[in-house]
Every structure is written in structure tokens, then in C-alpha cells.
Design a protein around this ligand. Structure first.
Ligand code: HC1
Ligand code: SF4
Ligand code: SF4
Ligand code: SF4
Ligand code: SF4
Ligand code: FES
Length: 578
């Protein structure tokens, strides 16, 4: 047991942790900027400096890199420390366009908190007449605002440790240290997955998503347009965080109400699209089982993983399921089936999705995703953008009554909602594939082996008397590990789920920011996933399987025909090629 004194209070620990982490665990606030969870290695901001007395000597040290040792006496708030931190923040302010009123990070900016706490001021304020040279918005997903970067390196480290792509680096532009992809390329043209994990790591507004709010507002203001909207599974598990409702609160019904108040003509749900994807993907799996391959089949609903396949493993493109992602499959139905039943011109339908993801913006804008000459999806806003629209419209979100989605494409199953958590797509597909093959209505439908946050999860599943090997790869960094391990050579896998973000979409790059301090306290991935698993668990058996979705069955019976065949195959499948 190590005994250490922080600000006169004795604390004991047997953990091998840093002084900063120990202080945080004991609710002692040490200002910090570059430290973030397991990411901490690119730069030293020196904001977390403390005074440490040990063996009769006193020195200033950065608390995030100093490991706790027995007998340490730490002072976090001495005059010397405060002065040094203030000076450091001042020097960062000299390079920061400090205009918080107009900044979309003002409610949860980690740097602003430090400025307020230290009362630091710029020595020479950084005034920008023309922001153009500082903005890089070439990407379909990410925007860099170099007037806001505080050079903490968190994005670079997060990209390296969470995705393994090492897309970002520090480089120099006009003498200023900036973050960019190699050779200042547009990230879309690099190996970047566009997953947005770098955005979630950024403490300020230097990295953010390409906004589609204007696309949505223009459509809403156009009387010709019939604007439909659908949110992804994970949005309902996180939006409440941005309205001070705490973590892990299910706000599904309030979102439907808010969307109607924002003026959308029809409020549907991407979970309906997830159920569609399962109908097609489970059918495809069964076809591959009958044809004895090609195996393994990989899920293809995560555009970050699709980019990883294209950029690193093009030889696997033929193994991706050809079932379109829930976003695109929903989009295809929204421009064909929906206008048919509503008796409206498909040209006037404008389809908006709300996603926890920045890569989904790129997916929606991929040229191949059009149907009868129309874009399948017209705009994609993130969970954060939806919160901004609700706040700008002064809708009292937390106080809203719940309402229901519209029936035609708003019904969903428990299988559809768990898509947002790692392992969820696999579990949903197995429920349907097994019922289909065994011609049964099975009650044993919880595949706990594929749940949870392990990097690679494996199981063997019996379908119709035969055993099939499945795996769930949780995060693109773990996919690189999986491929390196040569596991695929040792064993015949039949079905593999890959989601680029660790934890799945609940932890996507378009979700609400969670500060470094909060992340140490809350297991955000598990808490958000529990909202989805609870919706599934609390449904009756008939509502936990995609192929039991009555609105979906109606769509197949009256319009699409049989899954995997004819019109369904034409509209709902896409093969990625090199
Ligand atoms: Fe996802 Fe998906 S689960 S990819 O994470 O397959 O973004 O939430 O919408 O399309 O359903 C994201 C989430 C989402 C799709 C579904
Ligand atoms: Fe203010 Fe933070 Fe925005 Fe900078 S990034 S302008 S400190 S809110
Ligand atoms: Fe890295 Fe993802 Fe950011 Fe691209 S979007 S730079 S892959 S973290
Ligand atoms: Fe830090 Fe954001 Fe700048 Fe990256 S872009 S170095 S995360 S401030
Ligand atoms: Fe987007 Fe989900 Fe894939 Fe992350 S895991 S890139 S949020 S689709
Ligand atoms: Fe410790 Fe930056 S050096 S938080």
C-alpha cells in the first residue's frame, strides 16, 4: 500500500496510477489539458503541473506523467503552481481565437474552463480578420479550424491508439504548429476512416463535423419538399446528455416530439432500416451457407470499416455483405416504397438522418448511393447537430412529452435497436438467420458471448444442426490486431462483425463530447449501450426479432417482394469494388 499526501490529505492506494488519476479519483481538481484516458503520449501541455516533495527535495512535475510513489507529498495549488499554469494558458490564448459567444463548443469546452479557473489572459490577443486560411473543410466529414487548436495532441493520439490509422500529425504552416494529415492532404483522400474519434478527443472547437444543418433548414423551408427524418439507434442513448439529463437516459420519445416541433413532415426511425438490413443480411448469410461461401461474410454497415477495407484490405471487399447499411437501405426505401404508399413524387422527398457518426456523412454522399437518379440520403446530422437545432429553436427538450414514430417506417424490433452497441449487429442477424433456417420462433435469443467491450469476441453458433464460427471485432484498432494475428488462417470464420469505433456507434464520433474528467468517472460506452439493451430486454419476444417487424413485413409483401430477390435485391444491395 502506498501512502501519499495531496494538499494535506493522506490518501492510500495500491494501484499503479499517476498522481493526476489518483487526485481525480479523490475529487481533487488538477487542471489538465492534453491528458485523455489511455491516450497520453504526443505532447506535454504542462498544465497539470504540481509540486512534489520527496526525499527532502521539492520539484515541479506534470502530474499526468508522474506515477504515485510511497511517501510523496503533493501540492496542487501552491502559488508557484498557479502562476505557472496561468502563464501556460496565457501563452495558448495568444494563439487562440477566443470568441466563445459564437463558438459551438462553449457549453463543454475544456479549455474555456481552464481560462475561467486560472483567470488567464492573452498577452497579445489573437485577432483573425479572415478565417479562410485557417479552415480546412475539404472533407465530407471533418472540419479543421486552426484558429482554435491548443496543440494538445489528443486527436493525434486518439487516432493512433483507437483507429491504428495514424492519419494525423503535427506539422508547420506559416510557422504555426498545426494538426493535419500527411502532406496536408484532404483526409478523405488518405487512409482516414472519417470515424470522428479525433473530434471526440478534441477539447476545443478545432476539430468538428461538416455541418449539414443548412441543408436541412433549406429543405424544411421549401414548401415543395416533403422532409422525412430518422434517427440512428445510438442517438436516443446520448442526446439527453446535452440537455443536462445525465448519462444513460433513454430519450427516444422526446426526440420524436422535438423532430415534429422542428417541422419535419414524417418522423421515422433508422432502427426500421436496421431491421431491413437484417432481413437482407441474414438471407445473404443463408445463401452463402448453402453455396458454401465465400466466407467469412463481414458486416458492412459501418462506413468507417468499409473505408478500412477499401484502404487496407481491398482483397476482402468481396467478403463484405452486400446488404446496404441501415442508413442507405432506409434511404432507398424512402425514395421508392414510401412515395408510392404516400402517393407523392419521389423527387420531392428529402431524407434526413440523425447519426452518432461522422463517417455516415461520407457514406450518404458516396456517388453510388442513388436510386432512380435520386440521392438515397440528402442530409446527415450528428447527435450534436440535432441538439444545436433543438436549442436554437428554443424547444424545452427535457420537458417534452414522449410521442411515437410514424408507422410506415417507424416501427422497430429489439434487434434493430441493439445495432448501436458492439456485437449488436451480429446478435440481430443470428436471431433472424436461426429462425429462418430452423423454421422456428426460438426463445433463446440472447447471444451474451458477443456483448461487452472486449476487443475481439468469438463464439460458435449452431444453425440448423451445423456449427458456424463467428467473431465480433470491436474497433478498427482491434481489426488490425485481428488481421495481424493471422487468426483467419487458423480457423474458418463464417460471419464477422466489425465496427470502427470501440464500443460501437454508441461511442461514435458524432456523439456528445464527454470531457476527460468525466470519462474517468463514467464508462460511457457501457452506460449508453445499456439504454439499447434495456429497450430490447423490455420488449416481448415478438418484438425482439427483425423479421417480426409488422411494418417491415408489410413493405416486403406489398412492394419489395422476397428478401434477397428481384426488386429487394436491386434496391437494397450494393457491392463495394476496388
Ligand atoms: Fe450505427 Fe447503423 S448501428 S452504423 O452504428 O448499422 O452511425 O447508431 O445508424 O446505418 O442501425 C451509426 C448507430 C447506425 C447504420 C444502424
Ligand atoms: Fe471559447 Fe473554447 Fe470556443 Fe475557444 S474553443 S472560443 S475557448 S468555447
Ligand atoms: Fe483518425 Fe478517425 Fe480522425 Fe480519421 S476520423 S483522423 S481515422 S480518428
Ligand atoms: Fe488538440 Fe484539437 Fe488541436 Fe488536436 S485539433 S491538437 S485535439 S486542440
Ligand atoms: Fe460510424 Fe458507428 Fe462505424 Fe463509428 S462504429 S464509424 S459511429 S458507423
Ligand atoms: Fe499532463 Fe498535459 S502534460 S495534462
Amino acid at each position: 500500500m502506498k501512502k501519499i499526501v495531496i494538499n494535506g490529505v493522506q490518501i492510500e492506494t495500491d494501484e499503479n496510477i499517476s498522481v493526476l488519476q489518483l487526485a481525480r479519483k479523490n475529487n481533487i481538481d488538477i487542471p489538465a489539458l492534453c491528458f485523455l484516458e489511455e491516450c497520453n503520449g504526443v505532447t506535454k501541455c504542462a498544465v497539470c503541473v504540481v509540486e512534489i516533495e520527496q526525499e527532502g527535495k521539492t520539484k515541479l512535475s506534470t502530474s499526468c506523467t508522474t506515477m504515485v510513489e510511497d511517501g510523496m507529498v503533493v501540492t496542487t495549488n501552491s502559488e508557484k503552481v498557479q502562476e505557472m499554469v496561468k502563464k501556460r494558458i496565457s501563452s495558448l490564448l495568444d494563439k487562440h481565437e477566443f470568441k466563445c459567444g459564437a463558438c459551438k463548443r462553449r457549453e463543454n469546452c475544456e479549455f474555456l474552463k481552464l481560462v475561467i479557473k486560472t483567470k488567464a489572459k492573452a498577452t497579445t490577443p489573437f485577432v483573425v480578420e479572415d478565417k479562410t486560411p485557417y479552415i480546412d473543410d475539404r472533407s465530407k466529414s471533418l472540419v479543421f479550424d486552426r484558429t482554435k487548436c491548443v496543440e494538445c495532441g489528443r486527436c493525434i493520439d486518439a487516432c493512433k491508439k483507437k483507429t491504428g490509422t495514424c492519419t494525423l500529425e503535427f506539422t508547420k504552416q506559416d510557422g504555426k504548429r498545426i494538426v493535419a494529415a500527411k502532406d496536408m492532404q484532404c483526409v478523405d483522400d488518405t487512409n482516414c476512416l472519417l470515424c470522428g474519434q479525433c473530434i471526440n478527443a478534441c477539447p476545443v472547437d478545432a476539430l468538428s463535423e461538416k455541418l449539414h444543418i443548412d441543408r436541412v433548414k433549406t429543405a424544411l423551408a421549401d414548401p415543395e419538399k416533403h422532409v422525412i427524418v430518422a434517427m440512428a439507434p445510438s442517438v436516443r442513448a446520448a442526446l439527453g446528455e446535452l440537455f443536462n439529463m445525465g448519462y444513460g437516459v433513454d430519450v427516444t420519445g422526446k426526440i420524436y416530439t422535438a423532430l415534429r416541433q422542428l417541422g419535419f413532415n414524417k418522423v421515422f426511425d433508422i432502427n426500421f432500416g436496421a431491421d431491413m438490413t437484417i432481413m437482407e443480411e441474414a438471407t445473404e448469410l443463408i445463401q452463402r451457407i448453402k453455396a458454401n461461401g465465400p466466407f467469412p461474410m463481414f458486416t458492412s454497415c459501418c462506413p468507417g470499416w468499409v473505408r478500412q477495407t477499401e484502404n487496407y484490405f481491398p482483397e476482402l471487399l468481396g467478403n463484405l455483405s452486400s446488404a446496404k447499411s441501415p442508413q442507405q437501405i432506409f434511404g432507398a426505401a424512402s425514395k421508392t416504397y414510401y412515395p408510392e404508399i404516400e402517393k407523392i413524387d419521389p423527387k420531392n422527398v428529402f431524407t434526413v438522418t440523425i447519426m452518432p457518426c461522422t463517417s455516415k456523412k461520407f457514406e450518404a454522399d458516396r456517388p453510388e448511393f442513388e436510386v432512380n437518379g435520386l440521392r438515397e440520403i440528402d442530409a446527415v446530422i450528428t447527435t450534436r447537430e440535432l441538439a444545436k437545432m433543438i436549442k436554437d429553436a428554443k424547444i424545452p427538450f427535457a420537458k417534452l412529452e414522449d410521442s411515437q414514430a410514424d408507422p410506415a417506417m417507424g416501427e422497430y424490433s429489439g434487434a434493430g435497436v441493439i445495432f448501436g452497441a458492439t456485437g449488436g449487429v451480429m446478435e440481430a442477424a443470428l436471431r433472424t438467420a436461426k429462425d429462418f433456417v430452423e423454421n422456428a420462433d426460438l426463445e433463446d435469443i440472447e447471444y451474451t458471448a458477443v456483448r461487452g467491450l472486449e476487443g475481439i469476441k468469438e463464439a460458435t453458433v449452431n444453425i440448423g444442426g451445423n456449427d458456424y464460427n463467428i467473431a465480433v471485432v470491436n474497433g478498427s484498432i482491434n481489426l488490425f490486431e485481428f488481421m495481424k494475428s493471422e487468426k483467419m488462417k487458423e480457423k474458418q470464420y463464417h460471419f464477422i462483425e466489425v465496427m470502427a469505433c470501440i464500443g460501437g456507434c454508441v461511442n461514435g464520433g458524432g456523439q456528445p463530447h464527454v470531457s476527460s474528467v468525466e470519462r474517468d468517472k463514467v464508462d460511457i460506452k457501457t452506460v449508453r449501450a445499456s439504454v439499447l439493451y434495456n429497450q430490447d430486454k423490455n420488449s416481448t419476444l415478438a418484438k425482439r426479432k427483425s423479421h417480426k417487424n409488422t411494418a417491415l413485413l408489410k413493405m416486403y409483401e406489398t412492394y419489395m417482394g422476397k428478401p434477397g430477390e428481384g426488386l429487394a435485391h436491386k434496391l437494397l444491395h450494393h457491392k463495394y469494388t476496388k
